[in-house]
Design a protein around this ligand. Structure first.
Ligand SMILES: [Zn+2]
Ligand SMILES: [Zn+2]
Ligand SMILES: [Zn+2]
Length: 372
C-alpha cells in the first residue's frame, strides 16, 4: 500500500506488469529457481515458475508518456474516502467528483471539499486485504441491522484516540465507536486488490482484522536474494586448446616453431588449431598453463548462485495478515518461514541446535543447494 498526496494505491501484482513491445529482461538463475519451487509448492501445489523468464526486471514506465500497457500498474485502494469538509464517508463512485486527479465532495450546494482515502482497512490472517466493512460496522448493534439508505460520516472527536472516532449513519442516527473495531465479527471476502477486479476474490472464511494502512506493521516484505557470477565469454581458442587430447600434445609448446611442427605432424592438433595464428594459440596455451599452475583446472568452482542469503520477515503476528496480503503483490505469495518451523531439513537441524522457537534465521540457499 502506498500513500500518495491525494490517493492511496496498492502496487499491482505480476499480472499488472506491462512490458510493451520491448519485452522483458530475464534474470534467470536456475539454482535460485530450484530452491524456490519447493517452497511455492508447499503453499499451493499449483504454484510453479515458468521454464524461462521466471525472474524479470520490473518494466520501466515512461513518466512523460504514461501508457497503461507499459510499466507496473497501480490500483486504487482503499475504495472508501472521507471528505475533509463534512466528514462524509463514501466510495468514490457514490458521489465524488474527480477534478484533475483529486477527489472532491459536494458537501452542500455551492460547497465543495477534497476527499482523501480513509486510513482504516481490514485484512485477514491469510493475507487478504479488504475495504473496511463500513456500512455493517456503523450499524453493528442496531436492531434490525443496516438501514435502507445508509449515509455515513467518520467523526473524529479527538485526534489519535480511536475510542473517540465514530462512524455515524445520518439516515438512522446510529453510530459505532472505532474502539469496537478491535474485534470484528465479519468474515473475510477474500479480496486481493493488487490483482484488480472482482475476479481477484477467492473464498475465505477467516475473521477480518482492523488495519491502519499507514502503520509500519501493515506490510512485511520477504526478500530472497542471490548473487550470480555470469560466465565470462568463452574464448574459442582456449576451448580448443583445453581439449584433453590437444592439451596433452601442446601443453609444453613455448614457440611458434614448435607449434608449427606439431600442427604439421599431428592431425588432431591441426584440425583443432590450424585455423588460428601461432600467436593466438601460444597465448591460449600460456593462459591455460597459468590456470593449471594456480590449481584451478582441477578444482574450478561451479559457477552460478554464490552465497545466497534469504532474509525472512517476522512471523505472522496479530497484524501480520496484512503483510501477507501485500506480499502477494509479488504474485507467488511466498510465506513467512520461521527457521525452526518449515524451513526444510536444514532449518529444522538449526532449530534442533538451539534456535528459539519462532526465531528467524537467515538460510543460506547456497548451502542448502549443496546439502540437497
Ligand atoms: Zn463533504
Ligand atoms: Zn443507517
Ligand atoms: Zn481472507
Amino acid at each position: 500500500m502506498v500513500d500518495l498526496v491525494d490517493r492511496a494505491i496498492v502496487v499491482g501484482g505480476l499480472e499488472h506488469w506491462g512490458f510493451g513491445k520491448k519485452g522483458y529482461v530475464a534474470l534467470d538463475d536456475a539454482r535460485l529457481r530450484r530452491s524456490l519451487i519447493p517452497r511455492l509448492k508447499a503453499l499451493d501445489p499449483d504454484l510453479d515458475l515458468a521454464k524461462e523468464g521466471y525472474f524479470r526486471m520490473p518494466p520501466e514506465g515512461d513518466v512523460k508518456d504514461a501508457f497503461p500497457g507499459v510499466g507496473v500498474r497501480a490500483l486504487e485502494f482503499p475504495r472508501w474516502f472521507v471528505c475533509h469538509g463534512c466528514r462524509r464517508l463514501l466510495r468514490a463512485a457514490e458521489g465524488l467528483e474527480n477534478v484533475k486527479g483529486r477527489y472532491r465532495h459536494t458537501c452542500a450546494k455551492n460547497k465543495m471539499a477534497s476527499a482523501v482515502p480513509v486510513r482504516f482497512v481490514a485484512a485477514c490472517k491469510r493475507g487478504h486485504l479488504v475495504d473496511f466493512p463500513w456500512v455493517a460496522f456503523a450499524h453493528q448493534d442496531r436492531e434490525g441491522g443496516t438501514c435502507d439508505r445508509a449515509e455515513l460520516y467518520l467523526e473524529e472527536k479527538s485526534l489519535g484516540d480511536v475510542a473517540r472516532i465514530f462512524v455515524r449513519c445520518s439516515n438512522c442516527s446510529h453510530q459505532t465507536s472505532m474502539s469496537k473495531a478491535a474485534v470484528l465479527p465479519y468474515r473475510c471476502n477474500g479480496d486481493r486488490p493488487w490483482l484488480g477486479g472482482r475476479a481477484a476474490n477467492e473464498p475465505c472464511t477467516e475473521q477480518l482484522k482492523l488495519l491502519v494502512r499507514t502503520a509500519s506493521d501493515a506490510y512485511f516484505a520477504q526478500v530472497v536474494s542471490a548473487l550470480r557470477l555470469p560466465d565470462p565469454d568463452p574464448d574459442i581458442v582456449r576451448l580448443r586448446v583445453r581439449d584433453k587430447d590437444v592439451w596433452k600434445t601442446v601443453q609444453n609448446v613455448t614457440s611458434e616453431g614448435e607449434l608449427a611442427m606439431l600442427t604439421k605432424l599431428v592431425p588432431h592438433v591441426s584440425s583443432a588449431l590450424g585455423s588460428f595464428t601461432g600467436g593466438q594459440v601460444l597465448a591460449a596455451i600460456a593462459a591455460e598453463r597459468d590456470v593449471g599452475n594456480a590449481g584451478r583446472r582441477t578444482a574450478a568452482p561451479e559457477r552460478g548462485v554464490r552465497p545466497a542469503r534469504e532474509r525472512a520477515a517476522r512471523p505472522p503476528g496479530p497484524r501480520a495478515g496484512a503483510g501477507r496480503a501485500v506480499r502477494g503483490l509479488q504474485g507467488a505469495e511466498p510465506s513467512y518461514r520461521p527457521a525452526s518451523g518449515r524451513a526444510g531439513p536444514r532449518g529444522r537441524a538449526r532449530a534442533a541446535r538451539g534456535t528459539r522457537a519462532g526465531e528467524l534465521q537467515p538460510v543460506r540457499l547456497g548451502e542448502r543447494e549443496h546439502a540437497g
